[in-house]
Design a protein. Sequence first.
Length: 239
Amino acid sequence: MRRSVRMAEPSLRPADSDQAERLHTFAHDIKNRFGALWEALRLLKDGPVEGMDGSELMSFAERGFFSAQRDLEQLLDDFGVDRTVQAERVPFDLIACVNGALRNEEYRLGKKDQHVVVSGLSEASAVGDARWTGQIVQALISNASKFSSRGAEIRVHIEDGAGMRTVRVADSGCGLSAEDLLNVFTRYSILSSRSTDGEPQSRGTLGRAKQWAEAQGGTLSAESQGTGKGCVFTLELPC
């Protein structure tokens, strides 16, 4: 008879009084927010609520979820939890990374009848981590898709810079207000822009993508002319 073996959990140091109080408060707040989320889901399941439509309930639930996620991020930072990304810095095929990201997003793009136009360099290498770079580009394409309308065009341009390789992902979708632009890379920030087809809005992804870029010695930035005027995200990596 095959037996499963449970690995022993590593022992942890007891929290001091300040840490214990912080954890107790956090746990209490999280329980309250989970309760509110559960109530919102119950109301959505049971049907229309007098004086409130489904989008209002979803917005309420989303704000509660992101707020809880932000508090968790802050708790980890305050406790000094090391979340440094370990990235390679070796030559790799940048074009292959972009093409792989596009293949991984084919299903999402197809559901909204969106198409991607790739321009610029047809051959290019960069120095960094191919795995993280692929995930960054995929995150940018996914983001462009979520905030663009059905049938929209998304543009990916690859070019040389000053000792850098540049990948720009541009869309003509919802855009970002000046305030949203300041917070777009803040994990689980609550932005005013809404996805165009009700897609989940995981606001942690772009924050992680920026961290992945910087771990490779690169940068990730965003620009927008304002609400309704689309966005351009620029990834730069050493070459």
